[in-house]
Design a protein around this ligand. Sequence first.
Ligand SMILES: [Zn+2]
Length: 72
Amino acid sequence: MAEIHHLPSRRRKPGCPICGKPSAEKNRPFCSPRCHRIDLGRWLGDTYRIPTDEEPDEADLLAAARERDSES
Ligand SMILES: [Zn+2]
């Protein structure tokens, strides 16, 4: 029930943070340039995509609040 997927942490073996495979020396800490790009994408893409998606919501709320203000 409480079985959570643990990261492979046998000894201090450096592994790819993306897929957990052993990292290649020239791509450390990643196993391949592909995983490096995935990690970059998480930082630049996913992280910044979330606030952009929420922006219309916030604008909607503000617009709704202003409408209510002008009504009452
Ligand atoms: Zn990898």
